[in-house]
Ligand binder design. Structure first.
Ligand SMILES: Cc1cc2nc3c(=O)[nH]c(=O)nc-3n(C[C@H](O)[C@H](O)[C@H](O)COP(=O)(O)OP(=O)(O)OC[C@H]3O[C@@H](n4cnc5c(N)ncnc54)[C@H](O)[C@@H]3O)c2cc1C
Length: 325
């Protein structure tokens, strides 16, 4: 009998987050032969979202629709997902290691009386065992874990496992189950979004991050220009956030966001260990710093020793002439 793996999808502003598709690819890596069941919980438009999960590799999908699922609450989503788990009795569960994933999955694992392997960055099958790799000590080392008993329940780091190609010819069953989401102790009355433009930092393929070397809020403007040209997002070191050059929501590092873009451009960032904890797994790192001894060069694939106020305008001019897809 083949395994059944539940993939808990995540919806943001009416659309599935990319990490939902990456979680499907991760489920395939756990077991190529498994039946993958996508789970979408929301208050609306579930059919389309469930269909997208199938296009990206799920074999079928289960939806839970309820007005109390309009905004995320751990109790509401917990009740919805637990009901699906109860109906489906999966052999494994996968979700994205996002802020919602980080909040929801430990609570679910505790209810299910099983372990949780969080922030998985690699999945390998070794004989009959599935080996999960995850960073520890702020990314300075990696540990490999196997599940010896209980339900494998993992969260996967965004931007780390390549999603499968979208195939609109795929079809599968979509089933809605009725769950009475009730007795919520937390009710979200209103979501006030920070005015943010462009690409979401945690899912960006390109990040231009500024540090204290950028020197002011105005100094960040060219970084936004460069990020725009590259289809990316702007991030920051804590040094820059502490100095009030930008908002803390941009902070990358041990106490900020952990990112793994294809390209990370560190501008005027010294490369403190706490900053590296959030970005050192980026695929290609470019560092721009006037100090040739700066620690950031120890993790950089390409280094530019120079004044960022000269280098960034040159890069902007250069990228204006390049079509970035
Ligand atoms: C518990 C704890 C948690 C922390 N968590 C985080 C975290 O999550 N993220 C984080 O980033 N930090 C974190 N920190 C802070 C961290 O230790 C550093 O203080 C911080 O990362 C430094 O920021 P920075 O590199 O921007 O500033 P600096 O260390 O001041 O570096 C500025 C760099 O800019 C360069 N520079 C200056 N002018 C120019 C110029 N014109 N052109 C080119 N280069 C220039 C300088 O050579 C220097 O290398 C944490 C610290 C602690 C204790």
């Amino acid at each position: 009998m083949s395994e059944k793996i539940l993939v808990i999808a995540e919806v943001k502003e009416g659309e599935l987050r990319n990490v939902s598709f990456e979680a499907i690819a991760a489920a395939k890596e756990i077991n190529q032969e498994s039946e993958i069941v996508g789970v979408v919980c929301a208050d609306d438009d579930l059919e389309n979202l469930a269909q997208e999960l199938i296009y990206y590799g799920a074999d079928r999908a289960v939806t839970v629709k309820h007005d109390n699922l309009k905004s995320y609450t751990s109790e509401g989503f917990g009740q919805a997902v637990l009901a699906v788990i109860d109906e489906e009795s999966p052999d494994a569960i996968v979700m994205g290691h996002t802020s919602i994933g980080k909040d929801l999955t430990p609570k679910l694992a505790s209810k299910l009386d099983t372990g949780l392997i969080s922030d998985v960055v690699g999945i390998d099958v070794d004989g009959s065992q599935t080996v999960y790799t995850r960073p520890i000590y702020s990314g300075k080392a990696f540990e490999k874990k196997v599940v010896s008993s209980g339900l494998p329940f993992v969260t996967v780091r965004p931007n780390n496992i390549e999603k499968l190609d979208r195939d609109a010819s795929r079809s599968g069953d979509i089933r809605n189950i009725d769950v009475d989401i009730k007795d919520l102790r937390t009710v979200v009355k209103e979501v006030v979004r920070k005015a943010s433009e462009g690409v979401d930092l945690s899912e960006a393929k390109v990040i231009v991050a500024g540090g204290r070397g950028v020197k002011s809020e105005d100094g960040f403007k060219p970084l936004y220009q460069l990020a725009d040209l590259l289809g990316g997002a702007v991030g920051a070191s804590r040094g820059a956030c502490d100095a009030d050059y930008c908002d803390y929501s941009l902070q990358i590092g041990q106490t900020g966001k952990v990112v793994t873009p294809d390209l990370y451009i560190a501008v005027g960032i010294s490369g403190a260990i706490q900053h590296l904890a959030g970005m050192s797994n980026s695929k290609v790192i470019v560092a721009i710093n006037k100090d040739p001894e700066a620690n950031i060069f120890n993790v950089a694939d390409y280094g530019i020793v120079g004044d960022l106020f000269e280098v960034i305008p040159l890069l902007i001019e250069e990228f204006k002439n390049v079509k970035v897809s």
